[in-house]
Design a protein around this ligand. Structure first.
Ligand code: C2E
Ligand code: CA
Ligand code: CA
Length: 550
């Protein structure tokens, strides 16, 4: 049973108990008062008549006492009856209030999830009778956590109430509006199935209204909303399915860049199933060590010297072969597995790389989700100690988008890392906010130009201008630059003309598994004696295998 349902059932039991106890009491007190009144009519009538007629007998003083007692009884009975009636009234009101509270979100006054489910199914039933269809919106704010962290919970609460008002203002009159929890809202209303454009218009209006700045305690607060829309026809068997579909569509809206409304379609459900399969797989794959570090060479473009490797995760799946990070990193982030994944990949890479030439660096990628962990720097430092890998040879790559979400924590993580001698690079530069403020506020050691600009430097003037501008920015800030995505010699030549920089890309080699990396390093004489022996051992093994098959 959900919390709301628990609250509702408890309050209705209380009110039942109240009714069961008070009803007979009110009845009894009513009967006592009525009997007293009837007795008063019978006895009082006789006594008063005798007194008036002057025929009072000896019995009458007794009767007079009985009469007085009778009057007292009437008064007590009547008062008691009134008290009990009053109590019943207030119990009824309390029960009504409790029922209402169990259905409402206290902050916004919107329905809660449970109430939306019951009123929404009722709306679906009525819509079917009239050949109409229910549209369900799931509305999620895009940067609420950031606003809450930055401005405090009070501002966050006021913002949620104000967002609630704007949602109401965009919805048609008979719509249901609910707060599902946190910064997630929902709304439902009927529409004519032949005119879904009317729903689009409402959704667009809602997104537009929420995107205007909010004026909260003399501060201008900017947010936006991602809206998922689902409709109750199209083989939707109930309110829960409708809500789930709108929720899936809301995530699609987020993935498509936020601040927009997106309709649910069947392919989204299949994507979700695929995503869940990946999540389940990862839960096994990480502890089993199936996520392996691959190594991409980083070259000094002027001298052609190998100066290090970027570590890129690959899932060596027992049946599906090699899976690329774009298929599993985002899932690992969403389901909270990224810290374990990252630790496993880093540990393997550090253990491997400590036996390489001491001049070779190792760069690892850190996800935005990891930058929310205030202990991240300590965890990395602990890992370095455990694997006996020198901090000076490690570089951490952080994207600018990751900084924007958690500037405060990111700042303290970066300074802890730097205090230990670890270097920090700003990854994918040019794709995010490209803010000079970020570059100045955080003590980066390197800028990496995003591969989308580098790969098209010779085909696209704008890309060439961006690469040039970033290179000059690096020079003026005294920051070394790495260009990624160098796919051929022509790109390498164009970059060399811009000045001194490092580079990586398929022209120098694709990311390699450990065996191939070792062979490359052995050729360059950049391995320790122990690793050289291991490489020689492997080569002998290969030779024997070849002879056997040949
Ligand atoms: P990234 O950090 O921008 O990594 C560079 C990506 O560019 C790699 O893709 C690499 O294989 C690819 N690449 C390198 N040279 C070229 C080239 O010449 N042309 C083209 N078209 N691509 C090139 P990959 O390995 O698929 O990784 C994709 C992204 O996944 C990475 O982008 C990084 O953001 C993320 N990632 C990979 N491994 C990890 C990890 O261990 N942890 C985290 N948090 N993220 C990771
Ligand atoms: Ca990177
Ligand atoms: Ca990159």
């Amino acid at each position: 049973m959900t919390e709301g349902a628990v609250a509702a059932s408890t309050s209705s039991e209380n009110s039942k108990a109240a009714k069961g106890e008070k009803r007979p009491r009110a009845f009894v007190s009513g009967v006592v008062a009525m009997t007293a009144i009837m007795m008063f009519a019978a006895i009082g009538g006789e006594v008063v008549a005798n007194i008036i007629a002057g025929t009072a007998s000896e019995r009458d003083p007794v009767l007079a006492v009985a009469l007085l007692l009778n009057i007292a009884l009437i008064l007590i009975g009547w008062r008691h009856h009134n008290e009990v009636t009053e109590q019943i009234k207030s119990h009824k009101e309390a029960a009504k209030r409790a029922r209402l509270l169990a259905n409402k979100d206290p902050l916004t006054g919107f329905l809660n999830r449970r109430a939306l489910a019951s009123e929404g199914s009722e709306m679906m039933r009525r819509a079917r009778e009239r050949d109409r269809v229910v549209a369900m919106f799931v509305i999620d704010l895009d940067s609420f956590k950031y606003i809450n962290d930055l401005n405090g919970h009070h501002t966050g609460d006021v913002l949620l109430r104000e967002v609630g008002k704007r949602i109401m203002s965009a919805l048609p009159g008979a719509a249901l509006a609910a707060r599902l929890g946190g910064d997630e809202f929902a709304a439902a209303f009927q529409f004519d199935p032949s005119n879904p454009a009317a729903v689009d218009a409402i959704a667009d209006e809602l997104v537009e209204r929420i995107s205007h700045p909010f004026d909260i305690e003399r501060q201008s607060i900017q947010t936006s909303a991602s809206v998922g829309i689902a409709r109750s026809d199209h083989d939707c068997n109930g309110i829960e399915t409708l809500l789930r579909r709108a929720d899936i569509a809301m995530y699609a809206a987020k993935h498509q860049g936020k601040n927009r409304a997106v309709w649910f379609d069947g392919s989204m459900e299949r994507m979700l199933e695929e995503r869940n399969r990946i999540e389940e797989g990862l839960r096994q794959a990480i502890p089993n060590g199936e996520i392996k570090p691959y190594y991409e060479q980083q070259i000094d473009l002027l001298t052609g010297r190998l100066h290090g490797f970027e570590v890129l995760a690959r899932w060596e799946h027992p049946t599906k072969g090699i899976i690329l990070p774009e298929e599993f990193i985002a899932v690992a982030e969403e389901c909270g597995l990224i810290a374990d994944l990252s630790e496993s990949v880093m540990r393997q890479a550090f253990i491997e790389a400590r036996d390489w030439d001491a001049g070779l660096t190792v760069s690892v990628n850190i996800s935005p989700a990891q930058l929310k962990d205030p202990w991240l720097a300590q965890k990395i430092i602990k890992l370095l100690t455990e694997t006996n890998f020198p901090a000076e040879r490690l570089e951490i790559e952080i994207t600018e988008t990751a900084l924007f979400d958690n500037l405060g924590i990111a700042q303290s993580i970066i300074s802890s890392l730097k205090n230990q001698g670890i270097r920090v690079a700003l990854d994918d530069f040019g794709t995010g906010y490209s803010s000079l403020a970020h570059l100045r506020a955080l003590p980066f050691d390197r800028i990496k130009i995003d591969r989308s600009f580098v790969a098209s430097i010779n085909d696209d003037n704008e890309s060439a201008a961006i690469v040039d501008a970033i290179t000059r920015l690096g020079t003026s800030l005294g920051l070394p630059v790495t260009a990624e995505g160098i796919e051929n010699e022509q790109i390498e030549q164009s970059l060399k003309h811009l000045g001194s920089m490092a580079g990586q890309g398929w022209y120098f080699g694709k990311p390699m598994a450990i065996g191939q990396t070792r062979r490359l390093l052995a050729d360059k004489d950049m391995l320790t004696a122990r690793q050289k022996d291991e490489v020689a051992e492997e080569a002998l093994d290969d030779l024997r295998k070849l002879r056997r098959t040949g």
